[in-house]
Design a protein around this ligand. Sequence first.
Ligand code: APR
Length: 184
Amino acid sequence: MIKIIHSDITTLPVDAIVNAANERMLGGGGVDGAIHRAAGPDLYKACLTVPEVRPGVRCPTGEARITPGYRLPARWVIHTVGPVWRGGTHGEPEKLAACYRNSLALAAEHACRSVAFPCISTGVYGYPLEPAARIAIREAREFLAHTEAQRHGEREMEVVICCFSERDFNVYNTLLTQEVSHDY
Ligand code: APR
């Protein structure tokens, strides 16, 4: 099922929280900074061991990497890199959708029963909130519908979208209650 909550993602006792990282994957501001602060220095060390796919890039935009959560209540941190918003005609929607798909796939591979996402790319990276929210909800729905088809009696994964601000919470909640989801 999909849940929208208004909270600080670093406090959530879920199996995995998703970090809105950058391609260097060595920390930053926003939720990235909050997660690294809460997880402690071992998270930085774990990120250093993630191989670079090219100089300065450990996680290309749209992909996801997983590390332990260390001091966080969450067992895992799934680092994903959202697109920087450049007007919407540079593949941003597809890259953002890939962040959710790849993070959910990694969570499933690690037998997570619950995963929490921040509002990826809607902060420093400037992605407009509503289009980003529609993509998040659509990708979560498609993932759950697909695993629903494959499920053999286990409990369905819980997908939490953790909004840091009241404003974000209201936008996501409104969209979730609207059955019709537009294509972006
Ligand atoms: N819990 C949940 N959400 C949070 C938290 C928190 N503790 N702190 C911030 N957020 C929210 C922001 O309010 C925003 O809605 O996370 C969302 C994503 O914003 P950013 O953290 O700015 O991430 P993003 O827009 O994807 O930009 C990524 O910012 O911090 C750097 O290293 C990061 O370079 C990368 C870039």
